[in-house]
Design a protein around this ligand. Sequence first.
Ligand SMILES: C[S@@+](CC[C@H](N)C(=O)[O-])C[C@H]1O[C@@H](n2cnc3c(N)ncnc32)[C@H](O)[C@@H]1O
Length: 272
Amino acid sequence: MDNPNGSDFAQSNARYWDQLAGDYQRATTISVKDFHYGPLLPGDADLGLLPKPLTGKRCLELGCGAAQNSIYLAKNGAEAVAVDISASQLTHARKLVEGHGVSVDLRLADMEALDPSWGTFDLIHSAYGVPFAADPAALIQKCADGLRPGGTLLISMGHPVYAGEWLELDENEQGIFLNSYFHPTPDVREAPETDAAAVSVRAYPVAETVMWVLRSGLTLRALHEPKALPVHDMSREERRKRVPYYSADWAEQVFELQKFPIVFILKAEKHD
Ligand SMILES: C[S@@+](CC[C@H](N)C(=O)[O-])C[C@H]1O[C@@H](n2cnc3c(N)ncnc32)[C@H](O)[C@@H]1O
């Protein structure tokens, strides 16, 4: 886990997220009072997917960003380890961890380098980190190997339906144009300051991802395709309480997010 360099693929992600981290953390409000799964989506207070109790559980977060989910877990008594390939994201994480006076073991590492030297975990989780893996199927297998008996894998993956393009044919006819469910066009993202920092993220069919999980030897416990919450109908206070991941940009897309799931959430367990 000491080698932060990772593959060339991971390094492209690092360059991209190093550029984006400041804007991302400024523009996005991510709660540490709940555990989030994606933009405008209900948190774990609503979905109830986290294993309980959290006290004493050793947890690993992949692609942690500013580590809000790990902070939530640490506040609730878990032993939290959080990795990210972006030093800038981890700088935000360090400040937040210190500000909350909790202990989170933050590590600069390529999540795809996960191996037995990292130890074993009761929970491995990621809110939209795994889609940035070069080989998500292999990463899921590594997660399964790294779980303790009875341990839980809990990940949000990009929903292939949302990989389509939103089209407004006329006032009453709007929807998604998807060129292929099986191989949707990858989301190629460029950092604002340089075209040298670009990443390509693709979504995979739900059944294909479920098969990766089953082949890894884990048992599937839950599969969610959550709908965004009606943030425009909520008071600020209600939104703060019920929407752990919010930004004004995402709020502008709530209509789309209430028609199609942006992520699917998988929960799987390793048998005792
Ligand atoms: C969409 S962000 C999600 C961050 C966080 N989970 C959240 O919900 O705010 C994806 C994160 O994955 C990280 N990442 C991308 N590739 C990675 C890799 N190979 N290893 C570790 N982290 C990676 C990025 O640096 C970024 O912080």
